[in-house]
Design a protein. Structure first.
Length: 216
């Protein structure tokens, strides 16, 4: 089962997201992100958070409609998004896709991106933004990339060093390369063939890639 978590960020194209929904998706709202499901004419299955970003009337309507509302105190050590991911995993999600996770407050945007790297989640957790996907690659590991020629691929090191970086099917090759934390050398590569692949032997990197085939 795939879980989609709507976060209280910015979504510019609801129709594009609606086209990618599966009939058996678990729809979760991370507090105010639940409003995104309403904007798409959908009702979330679950709403998680301290509910400070949802009007009480909306929360009451959700409860009346059978939506599961998991309310947390405002003073807590985890963000609403982190709690929503944990709920998705507890409900048996085999994949978690975050929408509306970017835009608006800079601190929240950065925290939402870094939540992908916060721990080794037991199932893949990715962020979808338009036709872009962001996910974490930990070494030793490999990631296959699907998309049209010319699609942009970026690798951003998040650990002190990322070692053993090897690209296959990208315009600017790397072969057993090492990049330090924050290096921009891996930004704005391009897909030549599909699937292409990125392999790393040690460390952790944020991979962001685009293309119609990239987003499920």
């Amino acid at each position: 089962m795939r879980a989609l978590i709507a976060v209280n960020g910015i979504i510019e194209d609801y129709a594009a997201i609606a086209r990618r929904l599966h009939a058996d998706d678990l729809l979760i709202g991370a507090d105010g992100g639940a409003a995104h499901w309403l904007a798409m004419g959908r009702r979330p299955h679950v709403v998680v958070g301290d509910l400070d970003s949802l009007p009480p009337a909306v929360v009451n309507d959700f409860i009346a409609q059978g939506v599961q509302v998991e309310r947390h105190p405002c003073e807590k050590d985890q963000t609403d998004l982190e709690l929503a991911i944990e709920r998705a995993l507890a409900d048996g999600a085999s994949e978690v896709l975050l929408i509306g996770a970017l835009g608006g407050r800079l601190d929240q945007t950065l925290a939402n991106l870094l939540i992908l790297a916060q721990r080794a989640w037991t199932t893949p957790v990715r962020i979808m933004e338009g036709d872009q996907l962001a996910e974490i690659l930990r070494g030793p590991g490999a990631l296959d990339l699907h998309g049209p020629p010319g699609a942009t691929v970026s690798l951003i090191p998040l650990s002190e060093t990322v070692r053993g970086i090897t690209y296959t099917g990208l315009r600017y090759p790397l072969d057993d390369a090492t990049l330090p934390f924050g290096s921009t050398r891996g930004v704005s590569n391009e897909l030549l063939t599909s699937p292409a692949s990125i392999t790393i032997q040690e460390g952790m990197a944020l991979i962001i890639y685009t293309g119609a085939d990239a987003v499920p």
